[in-house]
Design a protein around this ligand. Sequence first.
Ligand code: GLN
Length: 540
Amino acid sequence: MSYFIFVTGGVMSSLGKGIAASSIGTLLQSRGFSLRMKKLDPYINVDPGTMSPYKHGEVFVMEDGCEADLDFGHYERFTGIRCSSKDSLTTGRIYETVLTKERRGDYLGSDIQVIPHITNEIKNFILDGREDVDFIICEIGGTVGDIEGLPYIEALRQLSIEIGKSKTMCVHLTYLPYVKTAGELKTKPTQHSVKQLQSMGVQPDIILCRSEIEVPDEIKAKLSMFCNVKKENVITALDADSIYLIPEQHHVAGLDVQICDHFGIESPRKPNISDTWGALRGSILSPKKMAKVAVVGKYIKLKDAYISLTQAIIHGGFANDANVDIDWIDAEIGEDEILGRLSQVSGILIPGGFSSRGTNGKIAAIKYARENNIPFFGICLGMQLAVIESCRNVANVKDATSREFGDTGEFVIDFMSNWATGVKMEIRNEAGDKGGTMRLGSYRCIIANQDSLAYKIYDKREVTERHRHRYEVNLQKYSDTFDEAELVFSGLSVDGSLPEILERTDQDFFVATQAHPEFKSTPFAPHPMFKAFISASINR
Ligand code: GLN
């Protein structure tokens, strides 16, 4: 039987509940506990797959192809655990399940209600998989008080009665605004959000206080008194220069000690946080080298839209003891300005993306990288555009394009209605649903040629990477054009039909992948593609 830690958020969004939950996870791991990370998202979408990255940030893709909230990226990067579709729940998904059961007649005779039908589904989801681990850490999306969140808080309340208060705990992350003119941290917003939780029958056990300064003792005492929480359990979550400094910071603040104390449990081993997270501190705070790379993309105004990519670049920096300065270039600002900024960088990355908007700017950037031998790394759409660029400008097929961008042209990137994945035959219909129908999740890739850059990077003949795309390089129809364009597909799907990795042998470092390697990079195991790209960018 496991222990359950629920992470809720108060006062406002964007306080870093995902990072807080992830830190708790890694702190418990450092004490020898096993765990599972879950998230309940109160929105009504079935999953975030159809949401705009501008509104919701990146869509994270798991091994099994589940399209999930970006917090899962933090969970995986901090804990090294691989999450699955069983760990992600939304209101849309619950209603889908409940309504399917209703149509099937499972509830014959009853009217369906939020309590107990919806709350039962939430509880089943939280409890699922508890036999295998010591802890289940479950983050509740949104902010306490949101209408959509009510059934989730109610489910927590019921669970803590059913499982027992000694087996569950609520960690509430809040914000203490610092009012400069008064020179004071204010506790009222936190008091209100805790009251709101209490009015729903949930008493937080730990209050994690986001704050720009250390929370003084008297403020902790005040919060302890007004919020009915032990003073030692009012813990500062200080703003940090890097998210990777947070686990150690929480450890020093006593978070893991208080959690174990709450449950009355001994750790299987002494925490080794300073050997693990502490060892990263040097790379984070005083790296010896420096690289400046450009990311030319469409969603650059919202930092969260490229969160895994940003983290993977940072990890690539860790692997090279380098600080990486990223110039985020909006692909729509016009070619001249793009090229002007590219002349200042030593590496160019084109990330994944959707639709034709901004593609001309990205293609211009790829051409610039190719003509000036600047290290280039293309991801998903970035690989598709690299294929188009070489077809247009090297093989002289001027109307080479992707079917995603319009109805005419040579579709070197095309919609594949059916293809073998190596495991099963996939069938797609262009008019079909948009949600959940892309090539999603982990696929194998064979790197046959040991002289290829891909092999040098991975040092393996077979790799697996996560995918999220609808279109593919049309190798069946255009292999002659690709030869003329001097494109080398050094990684292929298991049946050889789908290009997975592209490189140009006339360049020092020009590589692109149909997959999204950024999803698998972690601070302790930087992804080899990012490691190699940053290394190439430093050595230029
Ligand atoms: N839009 C392209 C496709 O669907 C690429 C997707 C991506 O970059 N994730 O195939």
